[in-house]
Design a protein around this ligand. Structure first.
Ligand SMILES: Nc1ncnc2c1ncn2[C@@H]1O[C@H](COP(=O)(O)OP(=O)(O)O)[C@@H](O)[C@H]1O
Ligand SMILES: [Mg+2]
Length: 623
């Protein structure tokens, strides 16, 4: 899984966003509806900072006005006031954190929903260009960093900045002279943070990358466990893991050392600052004048606090930067053009007279018709034609050259040819998974570009070699073909496919819950469910792409019976591995490198003694 190689944050680890302001603006756009709450948060942040900073200031009157003169009732009142201030501060922090959790969780849920919704609307081309892991990391890493930043970092950044500014101000108020010492210490601290920070960012980036590699390796090895065992590759797998794990350990150690060095170094620097301030402050206080013991105590309290925000601010800025970078990657997907669909011809239920001509739209019939934009009805028959079709997945590389063919209603057309000849590609064009570059494809005489995609795809059934089942019951999986199918219809579809017998032997029959892509079923059983699903949809046109390729010959016999029943009365495009399954096709197209090099029925093609003859007699390898 190559996408894991760079870890969640790309090759640069804490990759800086390309357009920081723009992306932050969009992210803030999501917070717009919480404007009122955000004002409350801002107010709470200010009050909480004021309490934290102000509470320390109270030490000055506490000592100067009550302890030194020995006024004990006053002291008690003062202590109570201090407690009140600190409690108020804590309550405010709790309040803003609680509100931010609400805002951030709702916002992140909304972003997640929009991202998922968007993904359903993107064309297949998009999924060709992005790997599974790459897309997953949008949901896991990127959304998580955004969530983390909204939960904590923005609030902390503001509160640290307020505390820092407040503390500096109070120090200046208490003693400008002593403040100079702290400023000098802060300057040194900033230099250290800058230096250590850039190093630690680099090591954290390396660590992220190493994590990605270890995870990617584990994922690959889990998925390939069977193959590993078959080829006795356990030792090599362990060795491969050892190398990656070692790299991770090293990178992790470096990152942790730097992160671990930063805080203690700051702490020690601040102790030096504290000690020096203490000496100079004591001399000032002993000297007499307006700077008294209470002032010193309050000032020292600030000296202890002033260092913390510096490190915290730099950490929060990092988190926010990576969150904005993550948000940028999310918005990139959200802003991609959705699968375009200019088609306006729709499938409607219509009533047909004895001659087969549709007369009017009627909800309660089982006949279907295309309704054109001007209201005319064309009966759904399943007539598919390719007229000089040219296509390439990208413009520079043409895959199909000038393909012309037709399938009249009820005819079976077969494609044969070696791997990569373009058989699957032809069938995905009928579905309009991709846009063609030249020529036209018509369905019942209507250009498929004029047909609404949903209607077009409803009129087509596809059975692929890749049998994908979803978590849910057997019945649900069959009903995937048509969501409003009744239980009777589901069972009828299963019987037609020949799946009924094995389903009844399952522990809960049709209600048996399949999970993990139906892993407990055999390949043949999964394929039977796939066929039942297509039967349930009951489309006039069927596409069978190597549907029996990965099945043993005995199971294939059962499946073929189901498939024959499924094919009866429908237009069928069949791509088959075994030439025996295409023999009875009305026309067989022999494809080579995106061109139809031979066509005709089985007898014609054999008589031509060309490529098909070679394939059939085993003189040429079939994919
Ligand atoms: N999603 C895709 N993106 C880019 N190229 C593709 C894609 N799918 C198939 N191809 C290319 O198109 C050609 C035809 O592939 P395909 O139609 O799958 O062949 P077949 O089904 O006959 O084995 C191959 O060269 C293949 O590499
Ligand atoms: Mg194929």
């Amino acid at each position: 899984m190559a996408e894991h190689k760079h870890g969640p944050h790309g090759p640069g680890g804490f990759r800086k966003p390309k357009d920081f302001r723009g992306t932050l603006g969009k992210l803030m756009g999501y917070l717009g509806r919480y404007r009122a709450l955000l004002f409350v948060v801002a107010a709470l942040l200010v009050v909480s900072s004021a309490c934290t900073v102000g509470g320390s200031y109270l030490i000055k009157p506490l000592i100067n006005n009550y302890i030194l003169p020995g006024d004990f009732p006053g002291l008690a009142r003062m202590l109570a006031l201090m407690a009140l201030v600190y409690i108020a501060g804590a309550a405010c922090s709790f309040g803003y954190a609680r509100i931010m959790v609400h805002i951030s969780q709702n916002t992140v849920a909304k972003i997640r929903a929009e991202l998922f919704g968007k993904m359903q609307d993107l064309p297949l081309k998009f999924f060709d260009a992005h790997t599974h892991g790459e897309l997953m990391s949008r949901y896991t890493n990127d959304i998580e960093t955004v969530s983390e930043a909204l939960n904590n970092s923005f609030g902390s950044l503001v509160s640290c900045t307020l505390n820092f500014t407040g503390t500096i101000l109070m120090m200046l108020v208490l003693s400008p002279l002593l403040s100079l010492i702290t400023f000098a210490a802060l300057a040194v601290m900033l230099l250290v943070v800058k230096h250590v920070g850039s190093r630690s960012r680099r090591y954290f980036a390396a660590q992220q990358k190493a994590v990605g590699e270890v995870n990617g390796y584990i994922e690959e090895m889990i998925e390939g466990q069977k193959v590993i065992k078959v080829f006795n590759h356990e030792q090599a797998a362990k060795e491969g893991f050892r190398v990656r794990n070692d790299a991770y350990r090293q990178a992790g150690a470096r990152a942790q050392i730097y992160a671990g060095v930063m805080m203690p170094a700051m702490g020690n620097l601040n102790y030096v600052n504290y000690a020096v301030t203490c000496c100079v402050g004591a001399m000032l206080a002993i000297h007499g004048g307006s700077f008294r013991l209470g002032d010193l105590a309050a000032f020292l309290q600030y000296t202890r606090q002033v260092g913390q925000p510096v490190t915290q601010i730099s950490q929060q800025v990092n988190t926010i930067l990576s969150a904005v970078a993550g948000a940028e990657r999310i918005f990139e997907i959200m802003e991609m053009p959705p699968e375009s669909d200019g088609g306006r011809v729709r499938l409607v239920r219509a009533e047909a007279n004895e001659t087969g001509a549709v007369t009017r739209v009627h909800r309660d019939t089982n006949a279907w018709a295309w309704m054109k934009t001007d209201g005319t009805l064309v009966p759904l028959r399943g007539d598919v034609r390719f007229d000089h079709v040219v296509f390439g997945y990208d413009e520079n590389r043409t895959i199909l050259h000038d393909i012309s063919l037709f399938a009249k209603p009820g005819q079976k057309i077969a494609f044969v040819g070696s791997t990569g000849a373009g058989k699957t590609t032809i069938t995905s064009l009928i579905n309009r998974f991709y846009e063609i570059q030249g020529g036209t494809i018509t369905y019942d005489g209507i250009d498929i570009r004029d047909i609404a995609k949903e209607s077009l795809r409803r009129s087509l059934g596809v059975v692929l070699q890749d049998t994908r089942l979803f978590t849910g019951t057997v019945a649900d999986n069959i009903r995937y073909g048509r969501r409003d199918a009744t239980d009777e219809e589901v069972e009828a579809a299963a019987r037609l496919a020949g799946a009924d017998a094995f389903i009844r032997r399952l522990p809960q029959g049709y209600q048996t819950v399949l999970s993990g892509d139906g892993g407990s079923l055999s390949q043949g059983e999964r394929q039977l469910l796939n066929i039942a699903r297509a039967a349930c949809a009951n489309p006039p046109v069927l596409i069978l792409d190597e549907a029996t390729s990965s099945i043993d010959t005995r199971t294939e016999k059962i499946i073929e019976k189901g498939m024959d029943r499924l094919m009866a009365g429908r237009t069928v495009f069949v791509i088959a591995h075994r030439l025996s399954t295409v023999r009875n096709a009305r026309a067989i197209m022999v494809l080579e490198q995106g061109e139809i090099i031979e066509r005709g029925d089985h007898e014609d093609l054999l008589a031509q003694r060309g490529r098909y003859y070679q394939l059939y007699t085993g003189q040429a390898e079939l994919s």
